[in-house]
Design a protein around this ligand. Structure first.
Ligand SMILES: [Zn+2]
Length: 129
C-alpha cells in the first residue's frame, strides 16, 4: 500500500458527485499498476449493461467504474484503492460490496485497499494474494 495512492483515492472521493440520501455516499477508486494510476472511478447513478448482468441494482460503484474504464481484460495484477468520505471529507468505511468483490476477483486484481472509519486504509483479502 502506498500513501500517495490512498491520498489520491481520498481526493477522487471528495470530487465524486455523491449518491444516496443527501449524497451521503461519495466514493472514489483508483487502479494502480506498479507506480502509475491507470484508471479512476467514482460512485454515480450511471448504469452499465455489464452490471445489469450481475446485480438488480446496476448503478455503478466506484470500483466498478474504475475497472470498466481500465477494461476488464486489463486489470490482472493491478492494485485497487477505494475511499469513501463523509460530508466533512473525513474518510469512512468503503469495504467493497459482494458484487464488487466478485468483479474484483473475476478480473484478477491483486491487492485491494479500502478506507475505514478510523482514517486508516486496510487490505481486503483476495484470491490473488
Ligand atoms: Zn460495490
Amino acid at each position: 500500500m502506498k500513501e500517495k495512492f490512498t491520498t489520491a483515492a481520498h481526493a477522487i472521493a471528495m470530487a465524486a458527485p455523491g449518491v444516496g440520501a443527501n449524497g451521503k455516499f461519495r466514493l472514489g477508486a483508483i487502479l494502480v499498476y506498479k507506480n502509475t494510476v491507470v484508471s479512476v472511478g467514482m460512485n454515480s447513478y450511471k448504469t452499465h449493461p455489464l452490471m445489469a448482468t450481475r446485480t438488480s441494482w446496476p448503478f455503478l460503484h466506484a470500483e466498478q467504474h474504475a475497472i470498466i474504464r481500465a477494461g476488464l481484460d486489463n486489470c490482472e495484477g493491478l492494485d485497487l484503492y477505494i475511499a469513501r468520505v463523509r460530508k466533512n471529507n473525513d474518510l469512512a468505511m468503503s469495504k467493497p460490496c459482494r458484487v464488487c468483490m466478485k468483479l474484483i476477483e473475476d478480473v484478477s486484481i491483486k491487492n485491494v485497499y479500502y478506507s475505514t472509519n478510523t482514517e486508516n486504509f486496510i487490505e481486503a483479502p483476495t484470491p490473488q494474494n
